[in-house]
Design a protein around this ligand. Structure first.
Ligand code: RP5
Length: 151
């Protein structure tokens, strides 16, 4: 994530990954304030054995796109809700990548953070049969938790 202030949103990605038993790490890596850290992190990710990167940022959210440009790993972008523009700035700056370097862009805020984790899980589950079973169980539990009536 681009800032410690993004953690309130991005913790939902981490919690969802943890529920699915997916090992992960959470780092503050700012495209603007710590560009060298971003270069080092993105370029070192694949050689270290990481499989996917979830990048959350707000405002002029360059982190997901810049990260994607520095690694062949799939990058999922989470637009963090900004104070000034409610995350529309984050959303557009993450989603509107020019052709050639993709960022898979999720919804603004908590929903995007949760879904980034679930999408990462779905991608990883294509080559991990045990995770596929855990993901199916997660979906089943979620369906069972939805009441048929509103009261
Ligand atoms: C972005 O600027 C971060 O991703 C964060 O969403 C936003 C504001 O950062 P802080 O000023 O709260 O550190 O780079």
């Amino acid at each position: 994530m681009g800032s410690r202030s993004d953690w309130e949103t991005m913790r939902h990605a981490s919690e969802t990954l943890a529920k699915l038993g997916i090992p992960h790490e959470c780092k503050v890596v700012s495209a603007h304030r710590t560009p060298q850290r971003m270069y080092d992190y993105a370029q070192g990710a694949a050689p270290r054995g990481l499989r996917t990167i979830i990048a959350g940022a707000g405002g002029a959210a360059h982190l997901p796109g810049m990260t994607a440009s520095l690694t062949r790993l799939p990058v999922l972008g989470v637009p963090v809700e900004s104070h000034a523009l409610k995350g529309m700035d984050s959303l557009l700056s993450i989603a509107q990548m020019p052709a050639g370097i993709p960022v898979g862009t999720l919804a603004i805020g908590r929903a995007g953070a949760v879904n980034a984790a679930l999408l990462a899980a779905a991608m990883l589950a294509t080559t991990d049969a045990a995770l596929a079973i855990r993901l199916e169980k997660f979906r089943e539990d979620q369906a069972n938790a939805v009441a048929e009536t509103p009261e």
